[in-house]
Design a protein around this ligand. Structure first.
Ligand code: SAM
Ligand code: SF4
Ligand code: SF4
Length: 334
């Protein structure tokens, strides 16, 4: 089936699937630890079969890349089976996984055997105390480092590290994170702190811009800009002049990229969101469970995508926009 375009002429190329809303961390910018969270029950979450059926349906709409996320995707007991089944879907260009890395050492070999090519590990600090604080007191720096080493040893490469940097919180971690990436031959991608969800007490003063991050990096490293790998790639990439790996900058706040946003997001509950900052999604899972055929599901998704006009980041500082309720990040993944 041909590619579909939304009302702003953006194709649907990427599908992000949240495998679970549950997480073993409480990152301050995503699930602040001071809140109580209510999670979905087993029946409310998409089953293995439903996830794979969704991937096949989305594939028919010319989706090229699938990213597994969460919550923490490695908390799904059937994670390897899910990866293996998606790896068998014909014609997908890429299947990727974003994890906080805590359980990665245990899973890396089986993920590789299941057909995963590479992995993205979120890590916001190299200093163990700063790391503990960023993860809401739950993460073990040592376990994440073991996860990164094991992923590299298993060939889940090129490995990417995602780091959220907040002004006056962990900006002193920028250079150590770049040193770590260089040492491991990995790419560290700095994501500007975003106003996702309704709980992280975001203020624009807390954002350390990509421009400032790059300036900081250039005080110690020689980096050269690289061309984007594909249309809609969100990070601006730089490589080290004298080593493997590199740096990526995701300027979601200071240089929004809505005009080339090709991502649809399926929550663990099987709701389709057309933007990270959407208030509501469309419940596809209930339609599927009520017996909709593949053709009916395709029609439903097409209708949603045709109508899509989201461009939250480009309108962020418009009052009406920033005051409305938004879906929480751990429901739909990054
Ligand atoms: N638990 C997994 C992890 O942390 O890698 C996957 C889900 S997590 C929601 C996906 C990505 O979203 C992570 O890299 C995380 O750093 C990023 N993220 C979460 N909240 C964010 C925020 N407020 N601003 C920028 N990035 C955020
Ligand atoms: Fe969990 Fe990932 Fe959110 Fe951190 S960013 S709380 S690891 S879902
Ligand atoms: Fe895409 Fe929404 Fe982010 Fe814009 S704000 S890039 S439309 S997810």
């Amino acid at each position: 089936m041909a590619e579909i375009k939304d009302s702003l002429q953006r194709p649907l190329k990427d599908l992000r699937i949240s495998l679970t809303d549950v997480c073993n961390f409480r990152c301050t910018y995503c699930m602040p630890p001071e809140y109580d969270y209510k999670f979905l029950n087993e029946k409310q979450r998409m089953s293995f079969e439903e996830i794979i059926r969704f991937v096949r349906i989305f594939k028919q709409l010319a989706v090229e890349r699938v990213r597994l996320t969460g919550g923490e995707p490695l908390l799904r007991p059937d994670i390897e089976e899910i990866v293996a089944a998606i790896a068998e879907v014909d014609g997908l260009k890429d299947i990727a996984l974003t994890t906080n890395g805590q359980l990665l050492a245990k899973h890396a070999a089986r993920l590789k055997a299941a057909g995963l090519k590479r992995v993205t590990v979120s890590l916001d600090a190299v200093d163990p105390f700063a790391f503990k604080k960023m993860s809401g007191g739950r993460g073990s720096y040592r376990s994440v480092m073991e996860g990164i080493d094991e992923a590299i040893a298993q060939g889940l490469t090129p490995l990417k590290i995602n780091s959220v940097i907040e002004n006056n919180v962990n900006e002193e971690q920028v250079l150590p994170l770049v040193r770590l990436a260089k040492e491991k031959g990995a790419t560290v991608r700095f994501i500007e702190f975003m106003d996702v969800g309704n709980k992280n007490n975001w203020h624009k003063e807390d954002v350390l811009s990509s421009k400032e991050i790059l300036k900081l990096i250039e005080t110690e490293f020689d980096v050269i800009p690289k061309d984007p790998a594909f249309y809609g790639e969100v990070a601006s990439h730089y490589k080290f002049k004298d080593g493997e790996g590199g740096v990526g900058l995701i300027s979601s706040v200071t240089q929004p990229f809505c005009s080339s946003c090709t991502r649809g997001r399926l929550s663990a509950q099987g709701h389709l969101y057309t933007c990270l900052f959407a208030t509501e999604g469309t419940d596809l899972l209930t339609s599927m469970r009520n017996g909709a055929s593949d053709d009916e599901m395709l029609e439903l998704i097409q209708e949603i995508w045709y109508k899509r006009k989201d461009r939250y980041s480009e309108e962020r500082f418009n009052q009406k926009q920033s005051r409305r309720g938004k879906v929480e990040m751990f429901h739909i993944g990054g």
